[in-house]
Design a protein. Structure first.
Length: 324
């Protein structure tokens, strides 16, 4: 059975592997969750993490209502997911944006940008701090549930015009139900544009609100070089489109081959004892266009129609342009 994970601010587990035999402490909400909700007792083993990839398997040595102490058995550091995925999530009513944060975190997203879309019914005006805090709490809880040692970062809420500064050097996908090219058919190499061993590829997935992305917003992104991409055969809710896209990307990586069958080594985060894998299906999203690209790229691949007939599809990325 997978060990339960909790996040600690203990200095011995922050920014470096903890030493075997050292003591780590949980207090506050994390301790209450471990002791009162999960009923963790002395002698049990747990995983403690700093939320930035470092983790330690520990044996519990002492518990109180708001305190848990544990001895480090062994420790390590998880690699960051490659590529690193940012979800630009439009604010949505009924908690659906928080549902998106939850599921995308479980699937491996590393960052969230709350987006005040022109068609968003929900608004954080006057309560930005409270809204961001809810998303942060949701991401942390989802990371614990998924046994992820990375807690995704949540940015401040932004408007459409404010997105460019946060998406520099990202490959962009925009969820849209009228797109023709499927995300699953994007060339494997395009997912790793501008990546290196020192700088993993960065992908951003833009998800609209209940009313969808407006023509003006779609035009704004396509003028920047983005091309609409379909995720699947059905229209997804704002709460599920991003997670579907994340799963599609990591599913292709888990298959571990390029379009030409060349073996790849990029994998989502792993630990010494387990590998976190992300699986998927299919949906509607946007644009595989790298902002700032200097050349066109033409790719031909096969898709299947509903009648299983095969047709060739050719697409050309627009010249990269800076968002303004």
């Amino acid at each position: 059975m997978t060990l339960p994970l909790f996040f600690t601010t203990t200095a011995a587990c922050a920014g470096r592997p903890a030493q075997a035999g050292s003591q780590l402490t949980l207090d506050g909400d994390e301790a209450r969750h471990a002791v009162n909700a999960r009923r963790i007792t002395v002698g049990e083993h747990v995983l403690l993490s700093d939320g930035a990839g470092f983790w330690a398997e520990c044996e519990v040595t002492h518990t109180e209502k708001q305190l848990l102490e544990a001895r480090v058995v062994h420790s390590g550091k998880d690699q960051k997911p490659h590529p690193s995925i940012t979800i630009v999530q439009a604010l949505a009513k009924g908690g659906r944006d928080e549902q998106a944060v939850e599921t995308c975190t479980e699937f491996g997203a590393m960052r969230f940008i709350p987006w005040q879309s022109s068609r968003s019914i929900a608004s954080w005006k006057g309560k930005e701090h409270k809204g961001k805090a809810r998303w942060e709490a949701t991401a942390k809880a989802a990371a614990k549930q998924a046994r992820r040692t990375f807690i995704p970062r949540v940015e401040n809420v932004v408007s459409t015009r404010g997105l460019p500064a946060l998406l520099d050097h990202h490959t962009i996908f925009i969820c849209h139900e009228e797109a023709q090219l499927k995300l699953a058919h994007i060339p494997f190499s395009a997912l790793f544009a501008d990546s290196s061993q020192e700088q993993p590829a960065q992908i951003a997935i833009i998800v609209g609100p209940e009313g969808g992305i407006s023509p003006e917003e779609l035009d704004f992104f396509t003028q920047a070089g983005a091309t609409p991409v379909l995720l699947g055969n059905h229209v997804l809710r704002s709460a599920t489109a991003g997670a579907y896209a994340v799963a599609t990307i990591f599913s292709r990586i888990d298959n571990n081959t390029t379009d030409n069958g060349v073996q790849k080594t990029a994998k989502p985060e792993t630990t010494a004892t387990s590998q976190r894998a992300y699986h998927t299906t299919d949906t509607n999203a946007v644009a595989c266009s790298h902002i700032g690209a200097d050349q066109h790229e033409t790719t031909t691949h096969q898709t299947h129609s509903d009648t299983e007939d095969c047709e060739l599809v050719t697409y050309r990325n627009n010249p990269g342009k800076r968002l303004r």
